[in-house]
Write a protein of this length. Structure first.
Length: 113
């Protein structure tokens, strides 16, 4: 066995800036002049993963509306698709969250995680 072989020396580096937590909630995704209801897989203060059989392509902008708690006001923001795989879903990055909303998301992640 050659330990210098690239298959043994590959190191996977985590590039995410924010810690994620598993979260299954409904999210309204408005893209290409249509709105679809989807379900999330996880959430961070910087974005979320949305389950979708037919996700939109990387670099697509969309509008999202979701609630962390049923009694809380809805969070509305724009997002950009950073990862997309048919049959799996898409990872989106939030684009225009206020500092207050981002802090609220971070607090939620810290409490849930």
């Amino acid at each position: 066995m050659d330990l210098e072989d690239p298959q043994f020396t590959h190191v996977e580096i985590e590039h995410r800036r924010y810690r994620r937590v598993k979260l299954v909630i409904q999210v309204d995704c408005e893209v290409l002049e249509r709105t679809e209801v989807a379900v999330t897989r996880d959430l961070s203060a910087g974005g979320m993963f949305i389950n979708a059989r037919h996700p939109v392509p990387v670099d697509t902008d969309l509008s999202l509306t979701f609630r962390l708690y049923p009694t809380e006001p809805a969070i509305k923001c724009r997002a950009k698709v950073m990862f997309s795989r048919v049959g799996l879903g898409m990872g989106v990055q939030f684009l225009d969250l206020s500092a207050e909303t981002r802090q609220m998301l971070q607090k939620f992640v810290d409490e849930v995680g």
